[in-house]
Design a protein around this ligand. Structure first.
Ligand code: KG4
Ligand code: ZN
Length: 349
């Protein structure tokens, strides 16, 4: 079964075609360079960029998959795809509407089934579904969500815990701002932390940030970590706790920034893995999946590998962040029902 997946929930416009478990194309038009100058995603600009990129991206994905030669209109006579899947929740409202309206129009014109997919759940399908074994624990760590789930099968699952406030990726993005590093924060913080290690610094005596203790061991709070990080950075910058993030970033030396990046990354990774290790003990799953943008973290991956060994299944790093393969796969493996295209709604949260 050939499915066209469409993803436009944040700052990537993506389209992919899968044929059962085989990925035929995976096209991603990233807006990161545009949003960099604002230090984060500018929603209005993101929506305009999605509008500009969505049809060329879909066309390219279909061409690469061999479904069309030149233009989308060929699909009216050549029924080379069987269904369309689109992420309709959660995300930025502008991007969601553009993805949904495009998918809905194509589905109606081509008389194809339309499948609406939850973007956060779909992140789990950044891994190859054929390699999934159940029961399985999944940690989805993205820019907007941090969730641990226990899956009994593709279609039966339970949410064990979520973040109470900020998501892990959001915390990385905010930490990067304090350090004056570029958006997206995760890769910038990771690069600075790696520079700290590469210069042979002794990391053994470093004081990590306080880890929040919550009643539910599978819940997270990254807002507290973010504040603790700002306080630590203010301390290193001279001890004036009234300093803004901008003033702090201007005062810190490169060396201090690298050390702070290392401390932040270690603390965030520890919080995520503490929860996962506890869930591993309690539920003894066959497999542990970590997915979503933060799962691109080299440190998170290597620490998780040490802890969970053969049980661990990770997406390729390029499939950790937003893509449309995961949307098409989720539609296929979750056996989601088709939606009436005219009734398709979007839900930002
Ligand atoms: O899943 P994703 O692409 O988009 C959302 O659904 O939000 O995740 C984006 C998030 C950003 O917050 C980004 O800073 C974070 O993933 N991220 C990372 C790394 N690469 C991306 N966080 C930590 N380390 C990384 N290497
Ligand atoms: Zn995502």
């Amino acid at each position: 079964m050939k499915i066209l997946g469409i993803e436009s929930t944040c700052d990537e416009t993506a389209a992919s075609v899968i044929d059962d478990s085989c990925v035929l194309s995976n096209i991603i038009a990233s807006q990161i360079d545009i949003h960099k100058e604002f230090g984060g995603v500018f929603p209005e600009i993101a929506a305009r960029e999605h509008l500009r990129a969505i049809l060329p991206t879909i066309t390219l994905a279909l061409k690469e998959a061999g479904c069309i030669q030149h233009s989308l209109s060929e699909l009216r006579t050549n029924k080379t795809i069987d269904a369309i899947a689109v992420a309709n929740r959660p995300g930025l409202i502008g991007g969601l509407m553009i993805g949904a309206m495009t998918a809905r129009t194509l589905a109606e014109v081509l008389s194809l089934p339309l499948i609406a997919v939850d973007h956060v759940f779909a992140h789990i399908y950044g891994v190859d579904p054929e390699r999934m074994r159940f029961p399985c624990l999944a940690l989805v760590v993205s820019g907007g969500h941090t969730t641990i789930l226990l899956l009994k099968s593709h279609v039966e699952y339970e949410v064990l815990g979520e973040t109470r406030d900020d998501a892990a990726g959001e915390a990385f993005d905010k930490a990067a701002k304090v350090l004056g590093l570029s958006y997206p924060g995760g890769p910038s913080v990771e690069l600075a932390a790696a520079d700290f290690v590469a210069t042979g610094s002794d990391t053994s005596g470093l004081r990590l940030l306080p880890i929040p203790k919550l009643d539910n061991p599978y819940e997270f709070s990254f807002s507290g970590l973010k504040t603790a990080f700002l306080r630590r950075a203010q301390e290193v910058a001279g001890g004036d706790f009234r300093m803004s993030s901008e003033e702090v970033s201007k005062t810190l030396t490169t060396r201090q920034k690298e050390e702070l990046a290392f401390i932040f990354r270690e603390s965030a990774v520890q919080i995520l893995l503490n929860a996962l290790a506890k869930a591993n003990q309690e539920f003894c799953p066959e497999q542990i999946i970590i997915s979503g943008g933060v799962s691109a973290s080299v440190r998170l991956r290597s620490r998780a590998q040490e802890l969970f060994g053969e049980k661990l299944l990770l997406p390729d790093r390029a499939m950790s962040t937003d893509n449309a393969v995961m949307i098409a796969r989720a539609a296929l493996y979750l056996g989601l029902p088709a939606t009436n295209p005219r009734g398709l709604t979007v839900a930002p949260n």
